[in-house]
Design a protein around this ligand. Structure first.
Ligand code: ADP
Ligand code: MG
Length: 901
């Protein structure tokens, strides 16, 4: 009967009252109403899920909408405008004040909407990275998303897992977890499954595993006793923040720049005010002029444009299979100078096929393709009889193995490590089925494979005849071998270690991944440790191929032409690594091994890290040193990783890249970016997008600053020369608010420029505002000044009204900005090379802008609000001529600037 266990658990008190740690594993399972060997039934799990809700911490409700809206109004620029509006209203200019307030409101609404959209998109991406867990249900192992866990589920744990809920451990082997999230203690804690006294404090309940902790090593299984907010972490942390951070180094830099600009402009406005007064203008007029100056010169579109451009970049990267977890990575990607990549699975397919066995001094070739277990085994071109040492080699490979094979719709699929699956396929080709073998020789104990250990061992049989099978890296195991199995599979012969190494060398040169397979007898299966790996009898070698990924060759070529070094870092054999490197276009003379690295001091290591492109037999811990050494030489480093031990290196790297498919939760959490297809080519794509994002930001800045500067200049010149303002403050507000959104923002959607991967990486410390940009700002501002002032004065001279002359000036501004937009679409090429229609947003923006200008010029109520007036076709022709001419002149300047080295 099911114990009605946890109806009360959601209030959070019941699971504390139930002292799970004080019960035996069996009684805990009974209390939870579950059979430990079977797990819950799917039906029961569904019922419990309905009762307890998904295993997720509630999101802290984001800031309420009105507060986020208020934050938009709190920006310095907006405060200036609000103050100006209030004073204008106090002076009795209600229409002007109304329009200023209206514009502020519209601007805040747009800003609010854009930010909400960007946040929503980032949050959705963050949620798209799910956490898979393995549970036992209905007697089978099943993979599901951690959100689906319910109290009573039996969860399997392995190194690198994030513990998905609070667990009472049932079984464990060398299980150690990092509980620092809960206890603050950073040392891994050894766990057991025995019952503890009821008064044991939380931090010492070693038979429990807490949600949010990570498995540092070992394996185990546990009973879910609390999920979601009812977990200990849920109670402490309570809620997780709903909204992601939108702040990056660049947005911070921009904010500082804007503030600085604000003060400079305020000072200039004050000066203008004083000069005007001295010239005998009224305080009111001069106040309005100072407001116009402030409004015109401040690039109010900048913060929103930066956020939107970054958000668009994140979305584009996601489409190319790179999920950004930390927004600043988008900026850094474009500056990457070195990519350190794993070999297996990232540069290669991780689709292993055993091609050769080398037993008792003889080589055997295996036929067939992929994971289909058909193909013959040949010796000297003749079909070989699978017996003796060859059979033992296959048996050992299949027993010291956690993978499984299955056929679905005619295709052979695997679960587990491809290296191990390949051994199962090989065994079946030799007529040995792993199910039968595993039933005949049940596993008694094991040392699981991990990248630091580089081998795996399993013990089989009873104490009277206990055999230990070992497979792993040649360098680790060959020194432990004392003899070798004779061809008959029972006798033993002296070991000729140099001959084994020669054979291994020959296979590795063909790019094969090698496993040494060995065995020994054990007195008992109970105590297994690294010390058990001694006195081994060599059974043989297995050599497997793992073809390079197809897209990788091109991606590496792109990286090289983009000035980015690609370095392979692998746990595999040096010769194998070099052979694969050669196949994919990493041209390395020699490989440095982990042992050689360990012997270098930090200075030598930095030299070696720069000069070498292939690192073999590297232990995960050494990756951290490599990253640091490269960074010490000013490199911007992207580093891939998937295992538990890769965390520190991923955090240290400028861009930590985790594998979405094969990676552990620990690696994903340490990384700034997660690849959904584990493919190196996706890193290269992300770098390309990162460069594109930066380009588009620079384009926006190149477009917006000169126009702001031009507007300010028009006011200053008018006051200095005592001329009538060619544009009123309201009209400047209008220009800024409409053009920033309609003309400027479309630049965020510019496609990546051709040749973007033929430039060297951008230096991280490169200033946004360089000499070329300043030159450009001055040129465009002068053109705007000459065009608007010139036509304004001509209109007045021809006897047109002030309203008409100002309407012409406003239209000059907008049209020149629209024409200049085309100059800004590419930083390096003439605009027509970009493809005129490659960014439809530009045209949509210009169309909308034109419509608004028509409204401003011809609609009576707009005329009344903005003091504009209809103008004639001759005026339009002049405006058009000026904008086309400006664009051509700027194009000329750009061409000249490009010619200069
Ligand atoms: P990489 O992923 O960089 O190719 P690994 O760390 O996975 O390297 O493997 C390093 C070495 O460990 C391999 O060359 C192989 O000899 C050995 N090895 C790999 N997988 C297993 C496994 N499942 N069992 C035993 N040994 C393995
Ligand atoms: Mg590996």
């Amino acid at each position: 009967m099911l114990v009605d266990d946890n109806d009360t658990r959601r209030d959070g008190s019941a699971s504390r009252d139930t002292a799970w740690h004080a019960r035996s594993a069996a009684s805990a399972a009974q209390e939870m109403g579950v059979d430990g060997a079977q797990g819950l039934s799917e039906a029961e799990a569904a019922a419990r899920l309905a009762r307890h809700g998904p295993n997720r911490l509630s999101e802290r409700p984001g800031k309420p909408a009105w507060r986020r809206f208020a934050a938009q109004l709190g920006q310095p620029l907006v405060l200036v405008l609000l103050a100006a509006g209030a004073i204008t209203a106090a002076l009795g200019e209600t229409v002007d004040a109304g329009v200023i307030f209206g514009v502020v409101l519209v601007n805040a609404l747009i800003g609010y909407w854009q930010e909400a959209k960007a946040e929503g998109a980032l949050a959705a991406l963050a949620r798209s990275v799910t956490t898979p867990v393995t549970v036992r249900r209905d007697g089978h192992r099943r993979q599901l998303d951690a959100g689906q866990l319910v109290p009573g589920d039996i969860v399997m744990l392995a190194a690198g897992d994030r513990i998905p809920a609070d667990l009472r451990l049932l079984l464990q082997h060398e299980l150690h977890t990092d509980d620092s999230l809960l206890t603050g203690e950073s040392q891994p804690v050894g766990k057991h499954a025995r019952a503890l006294p009821a008064d044991t404090v939380l931090a010492e309940r070693a038979n429990m595993a807490w949600a949010g902790s990570t498995v540092v090593m070992g394996q185990g299984s546990g009973l879910v006793v609390a999920t979601g907010d009812a977990t200990e972490t849920g109670r402490i942390a309570g809620l997780i923040a709903a909204a992601p951070e939108l702040v990056t180094p660049l947005t911070r830099k921009m904010a500082r720049f804007s503030n600085w600009l604000l003060w400079a402009i305020a000072a200039l406005a004050g000066l203008t005010f004083a000069v005007g007064l001295a010239r005998g203008e009224t305080g009111f007029d001069m106040f309005m002029a100072a407001v116009a100056l402030a409004v015109g010169a401040i690039p109010e579109g900048l913060p929103a444009a930066v956020t939107v451009t970054l958000a668009i970049g994140v979305a584009r990267m996601a489409r190319r299979r790179a999920i950004i977890r930390h927004l600043p990575a988008v900026e850094t990607l474009g500056s990457t100078t070195v990519i350190c990549s794993d070999k297996t699975g990232t540069l290669t397919e991780n689709a292993m096929t055993v091609r050769v066995l080398w037993c008792a001094g003889e080589g055997y070739a295996l036929g067939g393709q992929g994971y289909a277990p058909s193909g013959d085994i040949r010796h000297d071109e003749m079909p070989a009889t699978v017996a003796g040492a060859v059979r033992e080699c296959l048996v050992a490979g299949a027993l010291c193995n956690d993978a499984s094979l299955r056929q679905e719709h005619g295709r052979w699929l695997i679960t587990g490590d491809p290296t191990e699956a390949a051994l199962l396929v090989a065994a079946r080709k030799g007529g040995e089925d792993e199910h039968a073998l595993r039933a005949r020789h049940p596993r008694r104990n094991e040392l699981p494979f991990d990248a630091g250990r580089q081998y795996m061992a399993t013990a089989h049989g009873d104490d009277a005849a206990c055999v230990l099978y070992v497979k792993g890296a040649l360098e680790k195991l060959l020194p432990q071998c004392v003899d070798r199995l004779a061809a008959d599979g029972t006798g033993r012969q002296p070991l000729d270690a140099p001959a084994v190494e020669r054979a291994a060398q020959a296979y590795a040169e063909q790019g094969m991944r090698l496993l040494l397979i060995a065995r020994r007898t054990l007195a008992t299966a109970d105590q297994l440790s690294d010390a058990s790996i001694a006195g081994l009898t060599l059974i043989g070698l297995a050599g497997m191929i793992d073809p390079p990924r197809k897209a990788v060759v091109g991606a590496i070529r792109n990286c090289h032409s983009a000035g980015i070094r690609v370095k392979m870092i692998t746990g595999d054999h040096a010769v194998t690594a070099l052979a694969i490197a050669r196949q994919i276009g990493i041209d390395a003379g020699r490989a440095l091994t982990g042992r050689e690295l360990a012997a270098l001091d930090d200075g030598q290591l930095a030299e070696a890290a720069l000069g070498t492109d292939v690192f073999a037999r590297v232990e995960p811990e050494q990756k951290l040193r490599l990253v640091r050494a490269l960074q010490g030489r000013g490199e911007v480093v992207a580093m891939t990783g998937d295992g538990v031990n890769d965390g520190p290196a991923l955090k240290q790297a400028d861009i930590g890249v985790a594998m979405g498919l094969a990676g552990t939760e620990v690696a994903k959490e340490a990384a700034a970016m997660v690849l959904t297809d584990d493919n190196f080519a996706s890193i290269e794509a992300a770098v390309e997008e990162g460069r594109g994002v930066w380009d588009n930001l620079v384009k926006f800045i190149t477009w917006t600053l000169p126009t702001n500067f031009g507007e300010g200049l028009v006011i200053v010149v008018a006051i200095l020369f005592g001329a009538t303002l060619p544009i009123t403050p309201l009209q400047i507000l209008w220009i800024n608010m409409t053009t920033a959104v309609l003309l400027g923002l479309p630049l965020a959607f510019e496609p990546i420029e051709r040749g973007i991967m033929h430039r060297p990486p951008r230096r991280l410390d490169q200033p946004v505002l360089d000499a070329a940009l300043i030159r450009r700002i001055v040129l465009v501002a002068l053109l705007l000044l000459a065009g608007s002032f010139g036509l304004f004065l001509r209109e007045l001279g021809q006897g047109h009204s002030l309203a008409e002359a100002r309407t012409v000036a406003v239209n000059v501004f907008v049209m020149v900005e629209a024409a200049y937009l085309f100059n800004c679409r590419s930083l390096s090429q003439a605009f027509w090379k970009q493809g005129l229609f490659s960014n439809p947003w530009i045209w949509a923006g210009i169309g909308a802008m034109l419509a608004l200008q028509m409204a401003l010029t011809y609609l009576p109520f707009m005329n009344a609000l903005f003091q504009t007036a209809p103008i004639g076709s001759e005026e339009w022709l002049s405006i058009l001529a000026i904008s086309v001419l400006s664009s051509l002149l700027i194009g000329l300047e750009k061409a000249l600037a490009m010619r200069r080295p």
